[in-house]
Design a binder for this molecule. Structure first.
Ligand code: HEM
Length: 511
């Protein structure tokens, strides 16, 4: 047994005793799998694809499931009624975040990442600024950026059709860097992209549940970096440098451009113009925080969703053909789809909804935490309980969405082909809950719409061909991680016609 493991055991025995004391008021805990003495459900907790196990537990125990992870209470919510009872009706209690020791306290991300801020005034201030930059009314001015990158994606697919997945990753990063800082990255290995992607890898690895013992046993954070077994401390130091680059380098570039009078329009440039001189340091911190969090929260989620689109089209050629027929009828062959077309494209809109329902890329949202002891539906929820909205189960509920495993955009349409109002929109869960709901959802909805409509109008995406000359059967296989994304597939991406090639070539994307 290493010294660290021994230390961890001491810490969790203390936590267990402490948590037992807090069970009170004679109210029961919500139902859940029976745990073992001391460690509770630690051994039941799945290492990967947790939402699949949670879905089984919901079937067995109901829509509120309770786990005890060696003294840490965890509640999993598996229905819109349950998420509403916690995150909306009791939003004052359930808008906090748990401690993310590795990423926040050791890597130092907590100063900047609104997503992991504890609930309070600092979060409120940053959330207000986020809202100002990303609410639905301010999205249209970003349309030229979305358009430029959608058109560029088509050019890139013409020249490198085998690199679809890489292009989708790059496009998502490029859209954020462009809107946030006015930095127009054309090359996939542009240093700004590399900086941001390195930081992204850090975040994904650091918040992967169970990746670091120190998240379960925070006292370990005081173990010095030279201590045997304390590799996590050395990693945290290396990662700190990546995060600093991501927060500072693009920001300094915009500031420098402004001083030289050559800054282009961007969120950072606008915010810098409005900066108050008597509070310069704090204002600069806010801009960096908005930039860092936009990249961290918006880039991977957006690219994963467009990758789900590619997978869905390759698996369902009839859906792709029907969407293309709609685009041909509404937009015609002489131009690319644009934002004005959207209200006339119900089937494309239904595909967008079905993408977020079928494979929600953040299947458990981001954990919330209880700020105080509470009671919901007659159950006792102790202060500090981690509360997860199980978006996966909610969006695969067979009552609201019959045959939930099937990719069926038409579930969102009425008989006369308009968008149905009686089928719950996947945004009831796909973008999280209550006061912490994703503030970038209108931004991503608009940018993903144009990427999807432009790809559908000009390309066919199909599965790879096997040695026997037949298409290889692909399935909805996903890779586990903080953001869920489809496993790699070598899609065949072909322009739909010579007219589509001409149209792309005529479209100016590189200016
Ligand atoms: C398809 C794309 C996206 C998906 C599926 C998505 C999903 C989510 C989810 C599930 C949460 C957690 C909400 C909760 O705690 O209940 C979240 C939070 C957040 N998202 Fe998004 N997101 C997307 C795009 C974006 C974009 C483009 C941005 C910014 C430009 C963004 C910024 C944020 C921020 C800052 C938070 C933290 C909010 C807080 O803690 O108050 N997201 N997102």
């Amino acid at each position: 047994m290493t010294v660290l493991t021994a230390l961890a055991i001491v810490v969790f025995v203390t936590a267990w005793i402490f948590s037992s004391r807090s069970r009170r008021r004679g109210l029961p805990s919500p139902p859940g799998p029976k745990g073992l003495p001391l460690i509770g459900n630690l051994l039941d907790f799945p290492a990967t694809f947790q939402w699949l196990t949670f879905e089984k537990w919901h079937k067995q125990y109901g829509d509120i499931v309770y786990l005890n992870l060696a003294g840490q209470s965890l509640v999993i919510l598996g229905s819109p009624e349950a998420t509403s009872a916690f995150f909306e009706k009791k939003s004052g209690v359930y808008s906090d975040r748990p401690r993310f020791v590795m990423i926040n306290e050791l890597v130092g991300w907590e100063e900047f990442a609104i997503g992991s801020y504890r609930y309070g005034n600092a979060w409120r201030e940053l959330r207000r600024v986020f809202h100002q930059q990303y609410h639905s009314g301010v999205i249209p001015p970003y349309h030229p950026v979305f358009r430029r990158h959608a058109h560029r994606l088509l050019h890139n697919l013409l020249t490198e059709p085998k690199e679809l997945e890489q292009h989708l990753l790059h496009t998502a990063s490029a859209v954020i860097l462009d809107t946030m800082y006015g930095i127009d990255v054309v090359d996939r290995d542009d240093p700004y992209v590399t900086i941001a992607e390195k930081a992204m890898e850090v975040i994904v690895e650091a918040i992967n549940p169970g990746a670091f013992l120190v998240d379960s046993f925070p006292a370990l954070k005081y173990v010095p970096s030279w201590f045997p077994g304390a590799e996590f401390q050395r990693k945290a130091l290396r990662w700190k440098a990546f995060m600093k680059d991501m927060l500072n380098k693009p920001f300094e570039a915009v500031k420098d451009d402004m001083q030289q009078g050559r800054a282009v329009s961007s969120i950072a440039a606008t915010m810098l113009q409005e900066i108050s001189q008597d509070d310069e340091e704090h204002s600069e911190y806010i801009i960096k925080a908005v930039g860092g969090a936009s990249y961290a929260a918006g880039s991977d989620t957006t690219s994963a969703t467009t990758q789900v689109f590619a997978l869905a089209m390759a698996m369902h050629p009839q859906v792709q053909a029907r969407a293309q027929a709609e685009l041909d009828a509404v937009v015609g062959p002489d131009r690319l789809p644009d934002f004005d077309d959207r209200p006339n494209l119900p089937y494309v809109n239904a595909i967008l909804k079905e993408l977020t329902r079928w494979l929600p890329v953040v299947p458990l949202a981001v954990p919330h935490a209880a700020l105080s002891d509470d009671e919901v539906r007659g159950y006792f929820i102790p202060k500090g309980t981690i509360v997860l909205g199980n978006s996966w189960s909610i969006l695969r509920d067979p009552v609201r969405y019959p045959e939930p495993d099937q990719f069926k955009p038409e579930r969102f349409l009425t008989k006369d082909e308009s968008l149905a109002t009686d089928v719950p929109d996947p945004s009831i869960a796909a973008f999280g809950y209550g006061r912490r709901i994703c503030p970038g959802r209108h931004f991503s909805d608009s940018s993903i719409y144009l990427l999807v409509a432009c790809m559908l109008a000009t390309f066919n995406i199909s599965p790879p061909i096997g040695e026997d000359g037949a298409p290889i059967k692909i399935t909805a296989e996903m890779s586990a991680g903080a953001v869920l994304r489809p496993a790699r597939v070598d899609y065949i991406v072909k322009p739909r016609s010579d007219a589509a090639i001409d149209l792309i070539n005529k479209t100016v994307a590189f200016q």
